[in-house]
Design a protein around this ligand. Structure first.
Ligand SMILES: Cc1cc2nc3c(=O)[nH]c(=O)nc-3n(C[C@H](O)[C@H](O)[C@H](O)COP(=O)(O)O)c2cc1C
Length: 160
């Protein structure tokens, strides 16, 4: 089984989550940072996992472009989706806003991998937004390793 994890990240949380996931998956796993690496040819993979993080309600454009350019082919593959985001109450809403409905319906599993707020990496404006909107005053590292493991278990399972 050849798996591609295609992700985008601003400050590294989604990259960390993608690496943790890759370590738990069986088979041959290739990681691709959609913002840095050449566009991957998905025909070489049996399974595609796509993830990104949410900023002011939006996932990275690189994730949106990758999904729209491969929309038909992704529906012919085993597909799984995940996001990292700070607002756990709005995970489902933000997933539905950012991934095409056909991909959401086809993907299994669809996951939430937690978040990080790293004040040392954020610029002044972003620190201001996070203090005002999320009421967070210092760095928080809240990747959901339990969710990542459950997601991996589901992909490693007999029915995957
Ligand atoms: C300026 C800013 C805006 C954000 N907007 C949202 C948002 O609209 N909804 C949400 O759930 N999380 C939001 N977040 C939280 C990020 O999704 C979270 O920090 C995530 O872990 C970032 O992952 P990354 O480092 O891979 O980019 C925001 C974070 C920042 C810094």
């Amino acid at each position: 089984m050849k798996t591609l994890i295609a992700y985008a990240t601003r400050y590294g949380a989604t990259e960390k989550a993608s690496r943790l996931l890759s370590e738990e998956l069986q088979g041959d796993v290739h990681l691709c940072n959609l913002s840095q690496d050449p566009a991957p040819d998905i025909s070489a993979y049996d399974r595609i996992i796509i993830g990104g993080s949410i900023y002011v309600g939006q996932i990275q454009d690189d994730v949106k472009t990758f999904c729209s350019e491969n929309l038909a082919a992704l529906q012919q593959k085993r597909l799984a989706l995940f996001i990292c985001c700070g607002d756990e109450d709005r995970v489902q809403e933000q997933l539905e806003q950012n991934f095409d409905a056909a991909l959401m319906a086809h993907a299994k599993p669809v996951g939430y991998f937690g978040y990080e707020y790293d004040f040392a990496k954020m610029n002044f404006l972003f620190r201001l937004i996070i203090r005002a909107k999320a009421k967070v005053r210092q760095s928080q590292y809240e990747l959901r390793e339990d969710n990542i493991s459950a997601f991996a278990d589901s992909l490693n399972g007999p029915l995957a």
